[in-house]
Ligand binder design. Structure first.
Ligand code: PLP
Length: 401
């Protein structure tokens, strides 16, 4: 053998040595090789569950999919390049030109951009509904409606949806239901156990958990839906890197302890914020003051680390300075990592099917794994900067005596 060839040699040394470790290996590969011409020609048979081409699955991505499917209590999971890609895939797998999808008004905002600019271009009509609609969704359902998207709590404004009522009405109409379960993760809520068809997760958030991976997942129980998703994923050219899958497999090992910690931290901070004069309202479903608290208690086994706060309008002039003064809360999009993150949304996200209830400013907080006392001290310092300044108010009316 020439060195040129030897340089390319496959190496079975590790397998032969009997080496075993506790971590799942990163299997790289675009080409999957087959022992015979016939096996190659029949590779499509391996497409859904085996290996035919690196883009369609590697042992590392399949291991991750199996791990997520077991947590979701589903049968099959697909991992895709982002949480948004998972939503796009689900919609395109079930809706065609002339069809309609129902989307909650509190949806993750890029889905609104997708719907208004691209689904419309494809002839798929997205209609927004009141996230608190519950069983009143029934009159909106007809044979054109192919999918109801549910996201609970809603992005930024944290509305809790009555998924049982929505799923019941959808089932009666033969309409599929997809749940964006990113906030709860299957450790706090399992959509597929509640008469819904797709459980979608932005793996980029709690599953990956370290703000360094972008990925999404869709999990189902129905084999035909799974195959349809796999097919459309292939048409779209979706694929995920095995390195990223290995990072997520690692992240999942600590998912439960991370969630317990951020849940406890977030609750303590949310309660503290409820007592602050700068705060109009804390939007956290685990607080009894939240209008969706009873439904949250019925459906979810716990909460996570993301919630929002509506601040007094008089905090506006000082707000940016106060947020920038925070030491342990970084400013940035995305959430669900180890470190605390905060974003100011002012005005709060757009609503088209319902009225924007609160004017804002809205502060969205993703609580991390820091010690809660450090976070509280940090917030106390920042909120101290929001104290009303006398000059911002109308001078008191002086009574002439
Ligand atoms: C972040 C997020 C997504 C999108 O996830 P990406 O991986 O960033 O595309 C989808 N849904 C919800 C609720 C999210 O918060």
């Amino acid at each position: 053998m020439h060195d040129d060839t030897r340089c390319l040699g496959t190496d079975d040394a590790i397998a032969a040595s009997g080496f075993q470790s506790l971590s799942f290996p990163v299997y790289r590969g675009s080409t999957v090789v087959f022992p015979t011409v016939e096996a190659y020609q029949r590779r499509r048979e391996n497409f859904y569950d085996g290996y035919s081409y690196g883009l369609y699955g590697t042992p590392t991505s399949r291991a991750l999919e199996a791990r997520i499917a077991s947590l979701e209590n589903g049968t099959k999971t697909l991992v895709v390049p982002s949480g948004l890609a998972a939503i796009v895939l689900t919609i395109l797998a079930v809706a065609k030109a002339g069809d309609q999808v129902l989307i909650p008004d509190s949806v993750y905002d890029p889905v609104r951009t997708l719907s208004d600019n691209f689904l419309s271009f494809l002839g798929i009509q997205a209609s927004y509904y009141d996230p608190l609609i519950g069983g009143r969704i029934a009159p909106l359902l007809n044979e054109r409606v192919k999918l109801v998207l549910v996201e609970s709590p809603g992005s930024a404004t944290m509305e809790i949806q009555d998924m049982a009522a929505i799923a019941g009405a959808a089932q009666a109409n033969g309409t599929l239901v997809a749940v964006d379960n990113t906030w709860a993760t299957p450790l706090r809520f399992k959509p597929l156990e509640r008469d819904t068809d797709f459980s979608i997760s932005a793996i980029s958030k709690y599953f990956a958990g370290h703000s360094d991976v972008l990925m999404g997942s869709v999990t189902v129980r129905d084999e035909a839906l799974y195959r349809r998703l796999r097919d459309v994923s292939r048409y779209l050219g979706y694929g995920v890197s095995p390195e990223d899958c290995a990072l997520v497999l690692r992240g999942i090992e600590t998912l439960s302890v991370r969630l317990d910690r951020v849940e406890a931290n977030a609750l303590k901070i949310a309660k503290w914020l409820e007592g602050r004069p700068e705060v109009v309202k804390v939007l956290h479903p685990a607080l009894p003051s939240h209008p969706g608290h009873a439904i949250w208690q019925r459906d979810f086994s716990g909460s996570s680390g993301l919630f929002s706060v509506i601040l007094q309008p008089w905090t506006r002039p000082q707000l940016a300075l106060a947020i920038e003064a925070l030491e342990f809360f970084c400013i940035g999009a995305s959430w669900g990592g180890t470190k605390s993150i905060v974003v100011v949304m002012d005005p709060p996200p757009v609503r088209t099917a319902t009225r924007t209830v609160e004017q804002g400013p809205l502060l969205r907080i993703s609580v991390g794994l820091e010690h809660v006392d450090d976070l509280l001290l940090d917030l106390e310092k920042a909120f101290g900067m929001l104290e009303p300044k006398a000059e911002l108010f109308e001078p008191p009316i002086r009574l002439e005596i």
